[in-house]
Design a protein around this ligand. Structure first.
Ligand code: HEM
Length: 544
């Protein structure tokens, strides 16, 4: 009540101040009052108009490319519409200009066809940048992703240290999943019980990533929570910030809570992990002083990045920890989304389960347990995952790039500096001329294609080509896709072997949640699980 009274007093005093001739009274000259309101309304309308018009007057980058625009040219309305439904303009543009170029959200996004991918995919970063485009997409400075501009230590480390060692991670991931599943699905041990499938999967994957990132922290609940929350907060920040015109973003960052949350997560990670970096640096220094002392460097992403860092800045403990979080952002939710989509497809198509179970058991029997080769033997499961991603991918557009030097493509298309381009990867993957009966879920279609002569190594979940760019394609394609593929296979295989699952009565495959070009599996969707009662003795033997 007190503050209402204060406001009333304030209004009264302000009126006193303005009324001039009638001090102490709220009843000021009505015509003057009307005039003031008129001026105020006019100024406000002018300000709004200027704010809306400025972005459409841009005279650089995409604005210099002559291409048809899908939707209205007013960026802000378009941005809002794109947030709600990006599918319609992207598909409409593809339908009308399949092998040509078009723009969406006014001048903001230039969509180009995949006929250019071969001449663009190997260009160096200083000519065509994936990092600058991704920082722009992820609202760099406001989501703390701009550390990527400082170098590619994290990508280099995944390529040179994680991927070659993937085989050694299979047993630890399996152990982790076997330990976590009964905890996550505790109520399903004896009877059918409902769980939010996405939540379960995110926690399994985050735990796995948290351990791969900093081995001694694998069961630290705070570190685990940061690995889940940081990517979520970054996405929320990105989704809102994208609506705000560039010149207002700095201001908006103060009022959008997720920009603060992202910073809190980062601070939390620094508090937890910087002391570990310092301990490791001290242990190495002791070993250099006394080479006879025992020194066993841990096997995790943090240690590898410490060893691979070539500049003092990259080697700084705070920078290393920040990069680990960016990796959590790149890996935890992307992998969880793909895994959840494939799992929803398994629930929707139980007719595949018997075949998949046979294949998984066959692979385990051949290898006498979980080995590096066991996962490559699961070709039907791999095909199922690829088909699931083809129909329910994480993003409508891909191959997001920023032109850093003006260039002319082979057919004469000129791309000035500053162009932000993407490719319409979903319409391409779902085009009849690329994939027969494109909207039908055919879980083993890629398996059958791989059986054709010369195709054994093509059409896998983690292989990219110009028609399948959900992991990008070329020089900057996702370096973590092999790790993601292994993790998803291990989780799905364990679910298939140990659980029965189904949608609750009357419920089918949940609808995706689409925001901007991003496509998320429904995080609220529930699935019923029940632990299988009859354990196959073979499986039990393989899982000691
Ligand atoms: C199903 C899961 C995943 C999907 C769908 C995915 C997708 C992508 C895509 C589309 C890109 C951009 C490629 C381009 O611009 O052409 C990318 C880049 C990247 N991804 Fe993944 N990713 C996944 C999992 C992972 C995992 C598990 C890791 C880490 C272990 C990872 C690390 C990265 C990194 C570091 C980059 C940046 C590469 C660069 O700029 O050179 N990703 N990912």
């Amino acid at each position: 009540m007190e503050h209402i009274e204060n406001i009333t007093n304030f209004v009264r005093l302000a009126a006193d101040d303005n009324s001039g001739s009638l001090p102490g009274s709220l009843f000021i000259d009505a015509s003057k009052n009307k005039r003031i309101s008129g001026y105020l309304a006019l100024s406000l309308s002018l300000i709004i108009l200027v704010l809306l018009v400025i972005p459409s007057l841009k005279t650089s980058g995409n604005a210099l490319v002559d291409a048809p625009v899908i939707g209205s040219k007013w960026p802000w309305f378009n941005r809002l519409e794109f947030l709600r439904d990006a599918n319609t303009p992207i598909r409409e543009g593809y339908r009308k200009f399949k092998s040509g170029i078009f723009k969406v959200i006014g001048n903001e996004i230039l969509v180009i066809p995949n006929k250019y991918v071969d001449e663009l995919r190997s260009l160096p970063e200083h000519k065509l940048s994936s990092i600058v485009a991704n920082i722009d997409n992820f609202q760099g400075a406001f989501s703390t992703i701009d550390i990527l501009l400082e170098g590619d230590l994290h990508t280099h480390t995944i390529q040179t240290r994680l991927t070659p060692k993937l085989g050694t991670f299979i047993q630890p991931i399996c152990k982790e999943i076997r330990k976590s599943l009964p905890v996550e699905l505790a109520s399903s041990e004896t009877q059918w019980a409902k769980h939010k499938a996405f939540d379960v999967i995110v926690r399994l994957i985050a735990r796995n990533f948290a351990r791969t990132a900093v081995a001694p922290m694998y069961d630290n609940p705070e570190w685990l929570a940061i690995n889940v929350k940081y990517p979520e907060n970054v996405f929320k920040c990105v989704i809102l910030m994208r609506l705000v015109p560039n010149y207002l973003k700095g201001l908006a960052a103060w009022v959008i809570p997720w920009t603060w949350k992202v910073s809190w997560n980062l601070r939390g990670a620094l508090r937890l992990v910087v002391p570990i970096v310092e301990e490791r640096q001290a242990a190495l220094a002791r070993h250099i002083q006394d080479p006879s002392s025992t020194y066993e460097p841990p096997n995790d992403l943090l240690q590898w990045m410490m060893e691979e860092a070539t500049s003092p800045r990259d080697a700084r403990p705070d920078k290393l920890v920040h990069r680990l979080l960016v990796l959590a952002m790149a890996s935890v939710h992307t992998t969880s989304m793909a895994c959840a989509q494939a799992f929803f497809d398994l629930c929707e198509h139980p007719e595949y389960l018997e075949d998949l179970r046979e294949e998984i058991l066959g692979a385990l029997r051949t290898d006498n347990g979980w080995k590096k080769t066991t996962l490559t033997r699961m070709r039907k499961l791999d095909s199922f995952m690829r088909e699931s991603q083809r129909l329910n991918p994480p993003s409508l557009t891909g191959f997001k790039r920023q032109v850093m030097e003006p260039m002319t493509l082979s057919d004469g298309l000129f791309l000035p500096k500053g162009v932000h381009l993407v490719m319409p990867i979903v319409p391409i993957a779902q085009d009849e001329s690329v994939t027969g009966y494109p909207l039908e879920f055919d879980g083993f279609r890629h398996y059958r294609r791989r059986d054709e002569p010369g195709n054994a190594h093509k059409y896998q979940f983690a292989t990219t080509d110009k028609d399948n760019m959900h992991f990008g394609h070329g020089k900057f394609s996702c370096p973590g896709r092999f790790f993601a593929s292994n993790t998803i296979k291990i989780i799905l295989a364990h679910l298939i072997l140990h659980y029965d699952f189904r949608y609750p009565e009357g419920q089918g495959r949940p609808k995706n949640v689409c925001l901007h070009e991003y496509i998320f599996p429904d995080p609220e969707a529930q699935v019923e699980f029940r632990r299988k009662t009859l354990e196959d003795p073979d499986i039990v033997a393989f899982e000691v």
